[in-house]
Design a protein around this ligand. Structure first.
Ligand SMILES: Cc1ncc(COP(=O)(O)O)c(C=O)c1O
Length: 500
């Protein structure tokens, strides 16, 4: 024990190599053959518990080889595969293989990227990653920021900075409950649900949210926005921030960011952009105008684990003035000795966000940015958009599909049986039910995974392509699958109706 302590958790180099090589072999086969598997097995929680076993906490340990084999069998054969070329659901990317290697390296070294002294090189890599992300989307590389777990956290991190900067400074000591300020925040009706969580969790309450209506293109109506701000000011409210969306979660619409930025300037409000999904598309030269005005943003949320193909988890908050993050999050307990200065001031990431101890999320993003470069992202994101347009066009041409919306890489569509009387009063509710059943069955079936969106009362199937494995052939097959399964469900329902 004095020198050679024996612990049950240690794995020496030779054993690690053997275990690691086996695991890497299995993962490599998985990557090469991913499209031969169903997108999901559709197994129920009960079935999975049976396969896993439900025994209580083991009293004693088991050989690492045995448990790793079991774990890789469970994960590789009983998962929903968001890396499958026909996974087009929600907004989770096919994960770049380099990210898996990066996570292994990051976990092995295990730098704590909360303080620079604890993570000297990892902190430098995170700083460079943040700078590169700013360059990628076309804002000044002087934006600072931090890697976080995903879109919700990236938006929360910015939301709290906005509150610190634009609401009364007394809140920091006295708390919101002692403030008479009636804070309000503004966003379009299509804004992702993070805003509700933020309003509840950070003391503003959901009544502080002004949900601004959208126009026919699903963008925030900026006249209504300005009118609402004016009304609130007249009524003694304290507007603090406007959230513009760059790629809304349902349809991919991008707000008129230039106009929102200018309204924020006029009324001295924080301008935040939720670009968690869509903002990487700003890298495409032909789409630059769609994102005009992003350089005005006080803060931007973007998610490498969405359209930069990073494995979960990787989000990022960018802020024009990084001191606003420090103002919001910094504290200096006596037990932190993190401020020793070397040649440049230390950048301690615990002062930039909600976490203190932090993992090294930046590595996988940093490596992918180098592996493919700006041109690689222009190619992949551009192709995803082309594929989404193909999905829309094929739906438009199909006699039994209705193409509903197409923006960035999101297409919405629905199945409309040709023998169904569309003008009938009940037809919309029938179609909604039919498409909801269709979505549920497709999600369980394993051939394709789509999600849903409700657009002007229409229940639609929604395909979001943030998937470098999807091809034109996949899209053609997805169209066939939707139409075939839609027809089956319609026939089944009609037969039931006749029997009644
Ligand atoms: C526009 C937008 N914002 C925020 C989020 C939340 O991101 P996350 O699920 O990574 O927290 C999403 C998720 O789809 C999104 O599309």
């Amino acid at each position: 024990m004095k020198t050679n302590r024996k612990t049950p958790i240690v794995i020496n180099g030779a054993a690690f190599k053997k275990l690691g090589y086996r695991l890497v072999d299995d993962i490599s086969d998985f990557i090469d053959n991913i499209e031969k598997n169903p997108v999901t097995t559709g197994e129920s929680p009960k079935q999975l518990q049976k396969i896993m076993g439900t025994s209580s906490l083991p009293e004693n340990g088991s050989p690492a080889e045995e448990i790793l084999l079991k774990a890789s069998d469970l994960l590789l054969h009983h998962s929903l595969l968001n890396g499958h070329p026909k996974f087009l659901g929600y907004i989770t990317s096919s994960a770049a293989p380099i990210g898996a290697l990066a996570d292994m390296l990051a976990a092995a070294v295990n730098p704590n990227v909360g303080a620079q002294i604890l993570s000297p090189i990892a902190t430098e890599i995170e700083k460079q990653t943040v700078k590169w992300l700013a360059e990628l989307i076309g804002v000044s590389p002087d934006y600072g920021g931090i890697l976080v777990s995903g879109g919700n956290m990236a938006n929360f991190t910015a939301f709290l900075a906005a509150r610190t900067v634009k609401a009364s400074k007394s809140i920091k000591e006295d708390g919101l409950s002692n403030s008479t300020e009636k804070i309000t925040v503004y966003c379009s009706k299509t804004t992702h649900t993070w805003i509700e969580k933020a309003a509840v969790l950070f003391g503003l309450g959901t009544k502080s949210i002004r949900w601004i209506q959208t126009n026919a293109a699903n963008k925030m109506d900026n006249e209504v926005l300005e009118h609402t701000i004016n009304e609130d000011l007249k009524n003694g409210h304290k507007p603090i921030m406007v959230v513009g969306t760059a790629g809304d979660v349902s349809t991919g619409a991008v707000d008129d960011l230039r106009a929102i930025g200018s309204i924020c300037k006029t009324y001295n409000l924080w301008f935040h952009i939720d670009g968690a999904y869509g903002i990487p598309a700003a890298v495409i030269p032909e789409l630059k105008t769609m994102f005009d005005g992003i350089e005005e943003a006080d803060s931007i949320a973007l998610d490498p684990h969405k359209w930069l193909y990073s494995p979960l988890e990787a989000g990022c908050t960018l802020v024009k003035d990084p001191n606003h993050l420090i103002e919001t999050y910094s504290s200096h307990p006596v037990y932190y000795n993190f401020d020793n200065t070397g040649d440049v001031p230390m950048q301690n990431y615990y002062e930039y966000g909600l976490q203190n101890s932090r993992g090294f999320r930046a590595l996988k993003v940093w490596l992918a940015l180098q592996q493919v470069g700006r041109s690689g992202y222009i190619k992949m994101i551009g192709e995803d958009i082309q594929l989404s347009r193909l999905l829309f066009n094929l739906a438009e041409q199909h006699p039994e599909l209705e193409a509903v919306t197409q923006n960035l890489s999101i297409t919405t569509l629905r199945y409309v049986p040709s023998d169904y009387p569309l003008k009938n009063e009940n037809s919309e509710s029938y179609l909604n039910k039919l498409n909801e059943t269709l979505l549920n069955e497709l999600q369980q079936g394993g051939e394709v995974f789509l999600s849903n969106a409700v657009i002007n009362g229409k229940y639609c199937l929604r395909g979001c392509i943030v998937n470098f494995r999807t091809s034109e052939k996949d899209i053609e097959e997805v169209i066939e699958i939707i139409a075939r399964e839609g027809k089956k469900i319609h026939r089944r329902t009609q037969e039931k109706e006749t029997i009644k």
